[in-house]
Design a protein around this ligand. Structure first.
Ligand code: NAP
Ligand code: MG
Length: 497
């Protein structure tokens, strides 16, 4: 078992508190994956000061040179992909196929940043006056606080840290308490690739202590956060009061619509992967299946049959299809939603039970669960459960399907299965979500496209692709007057010169 330390100013340091916490394997709670420092405000202060100092140099390293270092980090990740994936499966439970994908998303994001150093385009425009040119370019903001959740332990921090560093910012990173080991490895790799001391610092500890210390600190220029809407609101309040930039990627209650002309086999694969992949613990998980009457009975039977064959177990085994939930609290939450669903009058169609057979006896496993007879106003149809629970809602037609899909405060991902291109475009226009998939499940984002949601899912920013670079930069507008005389915009006209 490894004892880990914070990394501040390029050095491994203990927390001033000397306190520790354990990181355990959710598939086997007897296995301790690592021991980590339970840091304090003082540790955060030290990390912020290191990042502040490092910023004064890092911001002047040419962007293509910063990019080379980040590309090197991605190359190291390629070499270590399998080890990183295995560690991630041990610390948070999702199956190897998915943890490999998580690391790959980090690699892709690093390679994208590696190219972006030679792009970071600004604009040039004509001036309204003679002998004058105008242009814009991107400047960094300073020190960023990066706060991440546990369900994508490398992918999500990569989405944030690579663009932040490429654009010349420095970072203090507080990973989720449930996935510190993967986060540590990512930060180590960045150092190995040549990121200078102090440019990226990692401080382990609770949201309440380490997270809060970042929010309120005057030397933090911005916060990039992915997590629950509840914590997101708190972050928006504090950063709003202090006029700091803040980008929020929050919860989801994503729906898949299946119309009568859909390829049902394809739609089946989509909903099984969307609802039960990562044990339903994705912000983009399919938690509602919206079926038109014409296919309701047939498709429902198909979903139940396939769900009942899902192989539950330790994610390190290649044949496992669904790992455990992240921890006891999350399993309790999932189970309590099952009780809520029953209480609301929905019919438990499959699952709804803790699963402890065989190798699963010491893990936080739960059966794939399906509710039918769900009405749009029920809590299980509107609230994020973050577990393998699918609420099925019957509708008469496409318009009702869209209305039901939009009947939640979230708006992250969405999906529609149909072979009718007209109805697909009709739906795309009307669905209230940041992302819509046609004939594909609600999960499956690619790192070079904007990612984020509408309504309570965020505050308008988009991570991923080129839009991530807008989050981490200020726009500088430059006017250069080479006329040699005072030219007054809006007052002088070019004819008079
Ligand atoms: P969470 O409880 O909101 O925690 C997210 C992060 O915030 C963790 O690092 C947590 O630290 C920290 N934190 C907690 N309280 C804080 C505070 N008062 N101040 C500052 N930081 C604080 O979310 P989670 O349970 O880890 O993740 C699940 C949620 O994330 C779901 O709602 C899911 O939909 C959302 N999510 C969204 C996206 C997206 O891109 N839209 C992607 C993935 C997940 P601790 O770990 O120490 O508590
Ligand atoms: Mg753990």
């Amino acid at each position: 078992m490894t004892e880990y330390k914070n990394i501040i100013n390029g050095k491994e340091v203990e927390s001033i508190s000397k306190r520790r916490f354990e990181n355990r394997n959710p598939a086997n709670w007897e296995e301790v994956v690592g021991i980590f420092p339970k840091s304090t405000r003082e540790d955060v202060e030290e990390a912020i000061q290191a990042a502040k100092k490092a910023y004064q140099k890092w911001r002047f390293v040419p962007a293509p040179k910063r990019a080379e270092i980040l590309r090197k980090a991605a190359e190291i990740m390629i070499e270590r992909k399998e080890d990183l994936a295995r560690l991630m499966t041990r610390e948070m439970g999702k199956i190897l196929k998915e943890t490999r994908g998580d690391v790959q998303e980090g690699i892709d994001t690093g390679l994208y940043a590696g190219g972006e150093g030679r792009r970071l385009f600004g604009r040039t425009t004509p001036s309204e006056l003679n002998n004058k040119i105008c242009y814009t370019y991107h400047q960094p903001l300073g020190v960023w606080g990066i706060i991440s959740p546990w369900n994508f332990p490398i992918a999500i921090p990569s989405w944030k840290i690579f663009p932040a560093l490429l654009t010349g910012n420095t970072v203090v990173f507080k990973p989720a308490t449930d996935t510190p080991a993967s986060a540590y490895e990512l930060v180590k790799i960045l150092h190995e690739a040549g990121v200078p001391d102090g440019v990226v610092n990692i401080v382990f500890g609770s949201g309440r202590e380490v997270g809060e210390a970042l929010l309120e600190h005057p030397d933090i220029a911005g916060i990039s956060f992915t997590g629950s809407s509840e914590v997101g609101r708190r972050i928006a309040e504090v950063t709003g009061k202090n006029l700091k930039r803040c980008s929020l990627e929050l919860g989801g209650k994503n729906g898949q619509i299946v119309l009568e002309d859909a390829d049902l086999k394809l739609a089946l694969e989509g909903v099984i992967w969307g609802a039960f992949g990562t044990t339903g613990q994705r912000c983009t998980a399919t938690s509602r299946l919206i079926l038109v009457e014409a296919v309701y009975d047939e498709f429902l039977a198909m979903v139940k049959e396939r769900a009942s064959r899902i192989i539950i177990g330790n994610g390190l085994r290649e044949e496992t299809e669904m790992g455990p939930l992240i921890n006891e609290a999350q399993r309790n939450t999932v189970h309590s939603y099952v009780e809520i669903g029953k209480g609301e009058g929905a019919e438990l169609y499959y699952g709804g039970e803790i699963y402890q057979e065989g190798e699963c006896s010491k893990g936080w496993f739960y059966k794939p669960t399906i509710f039918i007879g769900v009405r749009p106003e029920m809590r299980i149809a509107r609230e994020e459960i973050f577990g393998p629970v699918l609420s099925v809602i019957k509708v008469k037609d496409l318009d009702e399907a869209i209305e039901v899909l939009n009947n939640t405060s979230y708006g992250l991902s969405s999906s529609i299965y149909t072979r009718d291109v007209n109805r697909a475009f009709y739906a795309i226009e009307r669905i209230e979500a940041g992302i819509t998939y046609v004939n594909a499940p609600t999960i499956g984002a690619e790192c070079h496209l904007p990612f984020g949601g509408v309504k309570d899912t965020g505050n308008g920013h988009r991570e991923g692709g080129w839009t991530a670079y807008e989050i981490f930069t200020e726009t500088k507008t430059v006017y250069i007057d080479y006329s040699g005389s005072l030219q007054k915009a809006q007052i002088d006209t070019w004819e008079e010169q």
